[in-house]
Design a binder for this molecule. Structure first.
Ligand SMILES: Nc1ncnc2c1ncn2[C@@H]1O[C@H](COP(=O)(O)OP(=O)(O)OP(=O)(O)O)[C@@H](O)[C@H]1O
Ligand SMILES: [Mg+2]
Length: 200
């Protein structure tokens, strides 16, 4: 068991690192863990965003939504792709996760087939619903932003540079992003939609 770490500026305090897959012969800083995650995520970025992914490659089914989290975090965390069993300050009740995520997969298929919204609004709604559900112990923000980007890329747009958008020094963008998510909670998607138009 590695003893981390002070909480950093992160929505999920890293108090449980027992599922860490990095070699257990030393301690890791949160920065090192974050970098290991980033290397893992880079593989998923390469797979899904370098060229437009087909519907076979990125089907947005219930199983694939889980698989994507596994692909993004599976080198670093044992619980990658597994639904959380605990309640968090963000997200629905843990026991509701499977059914609610299935509903989301069904809604995505319906929106996609019927062109209910334009692609930016569809990407926004996928992102927002996914992070509202918060299926996993951690990585929900990065996973849901990846989902939005994969949807955009699959539908003829380029991805959003979330990394650069959100890691600005003063955290202004971060605040703006959280504000936009909260507005979307009350049904006003416009600010969040605008953020999905800041593509490459
Ligand atoms: N009120 C809120 N405060 C902070 N995050 C929120 C809030 N509401 C929704 N979120 C979402 O939850 C994400 C954080 O969840 P989690 O820690 O599981 O994701 P992460 O990928 O590890 O973090 P990050 O998105 O910061 O890289 C935020 O990025 C954001 O998308
Ligand atoms: Mg986190």
């Amino acid at each position: 068991m590695i003893h981390s770490t002070k909480p950093i500026d992160d929505a999920t305090p890293l108090d449980d690192i027992s599922g860490l897959k990095l070699p257990h012969n030393r301690m890791y800083t949160l920065k090192e863990i974050y970098e290991a995650e980033a290397n893992n995520i880079a593989l998923a970025t390469l797979k899904y965003l370098s060229a437009p992914p087909s519907k076979k490659e990125a089907p947005f089914t219930y199983e694939w939504l889980q698989q994507l989290h596994q692909e993004m975090f599976g080198d670093v965390w044992e619980w990658a792709g597994e639904f959380r069993q605990v309640e968090l300050s963000i997200g629905i009740k843990a026991y509701m996760v499977p059914t609610t995520l299935k509903e989301l997969a069904d809604d995505i298929a319906y929106w996609d087939k019927n062109r209910t919204f334009d692609i930016y609004e569809t990407a926004t709604r996928i992102h927002h619903r996914a992070v509202q559900i918060h299926p996993f112990q951690n990585g929900n923000g990065r996973w849901s932003r990846m989902l939005a980007n994969i949807y955009l890329r699959q539908n003829g747009s380029m991805p959003v540079r979330w990394q650069e958008e959100l890691l600005s020094k003063e955290n202004l963008k971060q605040d703006e992003y959280i504000r936009a998510l909260k507005k979307a909670d009350s049904g006003d998607y416009q600010s969040l939609i605008e953020m999905h138009k800041h593509t490459y």
